[in-house]
Design a protein around this ligand. Structure first.
Ligand code: ADP
Length: 476
């Protein structure tokens, strides 16, 4: 068996630097570089030089390198999955799934890059022609979270590179190893120097402000909390950068009385408990119709009770640790607060004996709209249930949040399916489906959940500028 860190051997074990821990054991894995301001400035300048070369390649040449990168990522599934599990804690089977998901964006955008068509617009005057070009925006900075340490990078970097941009990636402090492994494979695939560079740091605010104020950086693409997203938008205003923001959510999961309850329970399990509840599209509030409430709760509790909790590296584990102690405290405080306010714990409701960072998969009923747990992104394995009576009421409650990323509902009534899908103020709607992520569809939120879309044919547009050329003097 290979050593899990062989791939990133050149980047680790530095005497001083950013310490990477395994959330399953609390033990240190290794240290990586802590970039200084001067080094960061140098890399920005190098990325600008590299942009001139990279953007001048044909889309086909870029695609051929991206395709090699895609294949290398897949060929290293096992090593990458082990790195993801070690630094982020998710079970190995989920980590393998993430590698495939991450690779899918590279393959998809290798193709899309070849189809960044411009336009010829019918002219407004004789002797003139109107051309529209789509050009790469320039040097891009991607700031990414720890919950999908590989896929959140490829979802941004692949379209940027395919369009002809160069990219600096600042991964989350908890999960720099996946990012570095991706950079190593990119180089192996033939990405020229400085086209993709990972900048690791113990001080994201310091490095972040260099990026947001630097005139060379033309775009900031971010996935993370709404608070940091707002800060980055404010900072980027000083140089009027284009921004894409994929921020927090507060996803409703609605089960109507005409739903297939078994399907709804299966959807609820994957939507809520994937990655121990730590995804921005995880169901955060379950709204269950009063007619099917007891049946749903009974079946849902049974499925939750069967979940195996433990170190994600161990066989058969379905729920790993949460990322760190701060996350643990937040989850625990939200559950305690809900109990004090009258909610009923049906399953779990406390920390898990597997270790410091483990929370027992939990189900709480009798939750109300005014509780803190209803209005916060729980980011842990805790499902909260609110009972409802009619469609208008549930739509009002579902939309009663500043967030608008993902929403889910289960119904077999065709009229209701259209009404509800159109009324929910969310960027992504799962209808009789609990998993919505795929590289072929546009992912993104409305309201305070974000700006821009990732994946699909729309996901490359954010990395381009439209240039209008009016060509005259054609009549003589
Ligand atoms: P989470 O709560 O999921 O950790 P954050 O929004 O804090 O979400 O982190 C997401 C990413 O944003 C990480 O890469 C983190 O290092 C980075 N980050 C956090 N604060 C700042 C900041 N002030 N400026 C730039 N990046 C930041």
């Amino acid at each position: 068996m290979h050593n899990l860190l062989d791939m990133v051997a050149g980047y680790i074990n530095l005497p001083k630097g950013l310490i990477v821990n395994n959330p399953a054991t609390g033990k240190k894995i290794t240290t990586v570089k802590d970039y200084t301001d001067t080094e960061t400035h140098q890399h920005i300048e190098e990325a600008e030089k590299a942009f001139k070369l990279w953007s001048n390649k044909t889309a086909k040449d870029r695609a051929s390198i991206l395709r090699k990168w895609y294949q290398l990522v897949l060929d290293h599934t096992e090593e990458l999955a082990q790195i993801i599990t070690a630094e982020c804690g998710k079970p190995l089977f989920e980590a393998r799934g993430e590698v495939a998901y991450a690779a899918s964006f590279i393959e998809w955008f290798a193709e899309e890059g070849k189809r960044l068509y411009g336009d010829v617009i019918p002219s407004h005057a004789a002797g003139k022609r109107i051309l529209v070009l789509k050009q790469p925006i320039g040097v891009v900075v991607a700031i990414t979270p720890w919950n999908f340490p590989l896929a959140m990078i490829t979802r941004k970097v692949a379209p940027a590179l395919a369009a002809g941009c160069t990219v600096l990636v600042k991964p989350a402090e908890a999960t720099p190893l996946s990012a570095l492994a991706l950079e190593v494979l990119g180089k192996k695939a033939g990405l020229p120097d400085h086209v993709l560079k990972v900048i690791t740091t113990t001080e994201p605010a310091r490095i972040g402000s260099i990026f947001t104020s630097h005139p060379i950086i033309r775009k900031i693409t971010f996935t993370g909390s709404t608070a940091v997203g707002k800060l980055l938008m404010q900072q980027s205003a000083s140089t009027v950068k284009k921004v894409s923001m994929e921020l927090g959510g507060n996803a409703p999961f609605i089960v109507f009385n005409d739903a297939d309850i078994d399907a709804a329970v299966a959807g609820a399990m994957v939507s809520k408990y994937r990655n121990a509840g730590q995804t921005c599209v995880c169901a955060n509030r379950f709204f269950i119709h009063e007619d099917v409430h007891s049946e749903f709760i009974e079946k849902f509790s049974k499925a939750i009770n069967a979940l195996k909790v433990g170190n994600g590296a161990d066989d058969g584990v379905e729920i790993g640790p949460v990322i760190n102690e701060v996350a643990m405290q937040k989850i625990d405080a939200l559950v305690k607060g809900a109990k004090t306010s009258g909610a009923k714990v049906v399953v779990g409701g406390q920390k898990h004996h597997a270790g410091e960072n483990y929370y027992t998969p939990t189900l709480i009923t009798d939750v109300t709209m005014d509780m803190a747990i209803t209005n916060s992104e729980i980011f842990g394995p805790v499902a909260t249930v609110i009972k409802f009576r009619d469609e208008d009421e549930v739509i009002r409650m579902a939309n009663d949040t500043p967030y608008g990323l993902a929403a889910y509902f289960y119904s077999r009534d065709l009229g209701r399916v259209w009404r509800v899908a159109e009324a929910l103020e969310y960027g992504i709607i799962g209808i009789n489906e609990g998993i919505i992520s795929t590289e072929v569809a546009p992912f993104g939120g409305i309201k305070q959940s974000g700006i821009g879309r990732e994946g699909s044919k729309y996901g490359i547009e954010d990395y381009t500028e439209i240039k209008y050329c009016l060509m005259g003097g054609l009549n003589s």
